[in-house]
Write a protein that binds this ligand. Structure first.
Ligand code: GCW
Length: 670
């Protein structure tokens, strides 16, 4: 008996009568044309189709391979090859009798089959003709799993890949691969970007066999496996005295190592590197650029058709920011923009969505679009490091939609973040969307059952950035829970409001941080860990916020116009970000007519009240949820209520004491 759930692949029995009218007659025979039943990805697709249809509508599927010629049967599923469709895409046609899935390759075929299963599960009306081509070439999940089994920023148990220095390759990995393939993920990095301790390096003899097994499992679901590397491996593993990327001996060491790795694991997708960041070594140590570091590795892996994913989270966490121009937010742009055009074609720069670090609200990183001759990939975090640790509910897809829709103005049109990272803006093919994942070995994979909506949603959005956050939430609820339309609405509503609510009771108007240092859960207004030079938020008795205009750190000038001017103008700056860009007096009037301080009081009280309402709504659907699901979610909700209360009290009393300004509504501030 496995001790984990099937998440959204539970294939609940659907209302057979209705389904009969809808799908049963059409799906009993499946004709395959141009795809072989025993090719590994196809075989898995067929296995899934057979299993899913049996579970949901009790149909036993008959597969007819090598169909060829005219297929007379009208009521059937036809899966056929079509090279006119974009790589990994599919076309889904349903005329009410026959369902046709056309795809150019096995990935597309697999995604088409999952689409059919989704439609049956949701009892979607028949009649369709949809061309579904992936928005992003790379759609990746990054695990921050360590070899001892712990997960950096993991909130759902331990790793299901590693335990006590060993690799696990059992059926949980297969289920994981199915799950993420079902939403279109095609790449996974299994180990933490902080690769520490040479004894645990995956690029060593003792691990090859099992990494290969993992690569094969993932490969059979159309997913490439990637590994995180330590840039200092030549020193730590090779016993050399340097890891200078231009040193011939260092290059030779990597050549041999990479040859060895690909010799054992030929289908590896490539490597992910965090260099020159938070104690990680990198090219800067040797006076080299990030491009020189990344290119050195990229040139070596090129002959294996592999990619180097190089992170732009490069900043100096010990920098003295007392002078007004020094600003951590500037770092990614300052470090990477000057080398635009120098990165080789199999390097992709992975850029965090904001200039700081996955806060509940940040402006979009100005690097997007600024790199016009470099491959770019967007990195978001579904592990809820700063957004509630999967205790508090925080559905992040609305945030991701805002990021994707942000116009960079790097061109007159086709200039949103979604355009840039999809490759549409500058014609790149090595680019995409990645997320730091939120899974672990908990029974339900994501700790809070509601957090699985972020995993599902990220995959769906990475495949199709046009989907709306609500559409995705609704799909996820329908596939995951077997509940009435009313209960579905309640859950969708909880999810759709959750980000705004979390933002209300935590840090206001884009200022960010204010979390407990290191753990990053719970309130600590002055808690920014690198605050030896003063508080991050710069609050005093008169006001709060960071001046990032030309008078301040000058960060605004990293944006294209008109964004630069908009952010620089306190009256035009989107209000939810106003304290990210401006230092303002507590008496500053917001568009609502409220003062800044009153806004802080009101949103914090309101955020807390809204969590109580959320709790009541969840209680209202108790009988519709499995007991174990309800217990897990409601147990966490109790903690969320306490957390919201704590944030509300701490933030309000902190700013009340600083400013000495009373709440207009006379509420008690502790
Ligand atoms: O802010 C930090 C996190 C680290 C993480 C880092 C990163 C993996 O707190 O835990 O390290 O971001 O993104 O590299």
């Amino acid at each position: 008996m496995k001790n984990w759930t099937d998440l959204w692949l539970g294939y609940h029995k659907v209302n057979v009568k209705k389904a009969d009218e809808l799908y049963s007659k059409s799906v009993g025979k499946v004709y395959l044309e141009g795809f072989l039943e025993d090719e590994s990805i196809c075989a898995n697709a067929i296995k899934e189709l057979t299993h899913g249809l049996k579970q949901m509508i009790k149909v036993s599927v008959k597969i007819i391979s090598n169909a060829g010629g005219e297929i007379e049967e009208e009521n059937a599923v036809v899966i056929k090859k079509d090279d006119s469709i974009k790589k990994q895409g599919y076309r889904y046609q349903d005329n009410g009798k026959r369902i046709t899935i056309s795809a150019p390759d096995e990935n597309g075929m697999l995604y088409g089959v999952f689409a059919l299963l989704r439609n049956v599960a949701m009892q979607k009306e028949r009649k369709a003709d949809e061309l579904c081509e992936p928005s992003n070439p790379l759609r990746m999940l990054n695990h921050w799993d360590n070899m001892d089994g712990s997960i950096e920023r993991g909130y759902s148990g331990e790793s299901f890949f590693f335990k006590n220095g060993k690799i696990m390759t059992g059926s949980r990995i297969v289920d994981y691969a199915r799950m993420i393939a079902s939403v279109g993920i095609n790449g996974v990095v299994i180990n933490n970007v902080n690769v520490k301790g040479a004894a645990t390096y995956l690029i060593s003899e003792r691990y090859y066999l099992n990494v290969k097994k993992l690569a094969e499992i993932f490969g059979s679901y159309g997913i490439s496996l990637y590994l995180s590397l330590n840039f200092a491996a030549p020193i730590e593993m090779g016993g050399m005295d340097s890891c200078d990327p231009l040193d011939e001996n260092v290059i030779l060491w990597w050549k041999n190592k990479v040859w060895e790795v690909f010799n054992h694991i030929p289908n590896l997708g490539g490597f992910l590197v965090k260099a020159d960041s938070e104690g990680r070594p990198g090219p800067f140590t040797y006076g080299r650029t990030q491009a020189e570091g990344a290119n050195m590795l990229a040139d070596i892996v090129k002959e294996y058709d592999a990619t180097i994913i190089w992170r732009c989270f490069v900043y100096n966490c010990t920098q003295d920011w007392r002078d007004t121009k020094t600003d951590r937010a500037r770092a990614a742009y300052d470090n990477f923009k000057p080398s635009d055009g120098n990165y080789h074609e199999n390097v992709v720069l992975q850029i965090k969505n904001g200039p700081m670090d996955f806060q509940i609200r940040e402006p979009v990183s100005p690097l997007f679009g600024a790199l016009s001759s470099t491959n770019e990939m967007l990195e978001v975090q579904i592990a809820q490091e700063y957004t509630g640790h999967q205790i508090d509910i925080c559905y992040l897809i609305p945030m991701f939609k805002e990021i994707l829709n942000f116009r960079t103005y790097c061109k007159d049109e086709c200039d949103t973040v979604a355009d840039v990272v999809s490759g549409r803006t500058f014609g790149n093919t090595c680019c995409g969307f990645s997320a730091v994942t939120n899974t672990g070995d908990d029974e339900n994979w994501t700790g809070n059952d509601m957090a699985a909506a972020n995993l599902y949603g990220f995959g769906r959005l990475a495949f199709n950035t046009e989907l709306s956050a609500e559409e995705i939430a609704r799909e996820w609820v329908k596939l995951t829970f077997n509940v009435s339309k009313e209960a579905e609405d309640v859950i969708v509503n909880i999810l759709m409001n959750s980000r705004e609510i979390y933002e209300e009771y935590t840090s206001p108007l884009g200022i960010g941080w204010m979390v407990t240092p290191q753990t990053h859960y719970g309130c600590s207004v002055d808690g920014y860990e690198y605050s030896r030079w003063g508080t991050y938020h710069r609050a005093d008795h008169l006001g709060i916020g960071v001046d990032r205009t030309e008078n301040g750190t000058g960060y605004v000038s990293q944006y294209f116009e008109p964004n630069a001017s908009i952010f620089a103008d306190v009256n035009k700056c989107p209000e939810e970000l106003v304290l990210f860009f401006h230092h303002l007096p507590y008496t500053h009037k917001l568009h609502s007519g409220k003062t800044l301080i009153q806004h802080i009081y009101d949103t914090h009280f309101e955020g807390y009240e809204r969590v109580l309402e959320m709790q009541k709504n969840l209680e209202g659907i108790k009988d519709e949820l499995d007991q174990s699901v309800y217990d897990r979610v409601s147990g966490r909700m109790n903690l969320q209520v306490a957390n919201a209360r704590e944030w509300c009290d701490q933030v309000n009393s902190y700013f009340y004491r600083k400013s000495g300004i009373e709440d207009e509504k006379g509420r008690k501030i502790y």
